[in-house]
Design a protein around this ligand. Structure first.
Ligand code: NDP
Length: 290
């Protein structure tokens, strides 16, 4: 029979998680601050607890998917965590995740932190490729891995409870950098005869073609060699910067999204043109470590 579990939080993500566990046949106890949100799940067989403490008491495995760190603290404050397996899926900083692991462990529970790499419609839809990063108690993960795999794939990234959040935030940070570049590109063509819908497929296939740089950068960071097999070197790319800035100016577009990156490229080159001119862009990463 399937492992029973408790879920605290039935927002957009919590409700999606709950649906996938019920669909997979897990006995589920739910709690939500606003009781009305439990109705649809109760109709599908979920047990509804009146308080967070009561929900925690119902099962050994307790998954938390509330809004933020404050709501997690509040919800767990009155609960007896002795002997519990607590899995937190609220996005937090690595430092907060580590501190929560210490607090929860001190209250007698095992702790696993998660970072969800999906939006609610992807939950319970394996072909969408969603997954959750997990870090913290390896025993907890090994014991409940199959249950945790019902809503989405699982990737255990280490016993340090901060690692799931670290991986989550690293991936999302890269995503925001990509969004920034896309915003600048659309701003450049806005109000011209270029139809944004015609630019879109060109832009997305170009971004996909450029993703090879991720592996290349990782290889350079690992080897410490930033110069071998460089296709577009830093000296050439820095020479091209004024073209990007002047184009933005001609088009009446702010350079505030692009300039910080260009400034780092220029700073790396200026530090030692003879040495860094033949590198790719990996040296920028060293400048970011302050
Ligand atoms: P929602 O805003 O849809 O839901 C928030 C949930 O938190 C509700 O159940 C709400 O209860 C509850 N809540 C808020 N404040 C409190 C409080 N003070 N005490 C008790 N409960 C409270 O958020 P999501 O479900 O979308 O997100 C939940 C978590 O999942 C977040 O940490 C988010 O980072 C993470 N996540 C979400 C993704 C997404 O795309 N949605 C993607 C990846 C991660 P009530 O119904 O009473 O308001």
């Amino acid at each position: 029979s399937k492992t029973p579990l408790t879920l605290l939080g039935l927002g957009a993500m919590g409700a999606a998680l709950a649906g996938s566990w019920l669909a997979a046949g897990h006995p589920l106890t739910v709690w939500n601050r606003t009781a009305a949100r439990s109705g649809a799940l109760a109709a599908r067989g979920a047990a509804v607890a009146a308080t967070a403490a009561e929900a925690v008491a119902a099962n050994r495995l307790v998954v938390v998917c509330l809004l933020d760190d404050a709501s997690v603290e509040e919800a767990l404050a009155g609960a007896d965590l002795t002997g519990k397996d607590v899995v937190n899926l609220v996005t937090s900083t690595p430092g907060t995740a580590r501190a929560r692991a210490a607090l929860v462990t001190a209250r007698g529970a095992r702790y696993l932190d998660g970072g969800i790499m999906a939006v609610p419609p992807m939950i319970g839809v394996p072909q969408a490729g969603p997954y959750v990063f997990y870090s913290g108690s390896r025993e907890l993960f090994e014991e409940h891995g199959a249950t945790l795999a019902a809503p989405a794939g699982t990737r255990y990234v280490g016993e340090d409870a901060s690692f799931a959040a670290l991986h989550d935030v690293a991936l999302l940070s890269a995503m925001y950098g990509m969004f920034a570049g896309v915003a600048h590109a659309f701003a450049l063509v806005r109000d011209e005869s270029v139809d944004p819908r015609a630019l879109a497929p060109l832009l997305s296939s170009w971004l996909v073609a450029m993703t090879g740089s991720v592996e290349a950068t990782a290889g350079r960071l690992a080897s410490g060699d930033y110069t071998g097999d460089v296709v577009s070197d830093l000296a050439m790319q820095v020479a091209g910067v004024p073209t990007f800035l002047r184009t933005a100016e001609e088009r009446g577009v702010s350079t505030e999204l692009l300039s910080p990156y260009f400034e780092l490229m220029q700073r790396r080159l200026a530090a030692d043109p003879a040495r860094h001119g033949g590198e790719d862009l990996t040296g920028v990463i060293d400048l970011l470590r302050v």
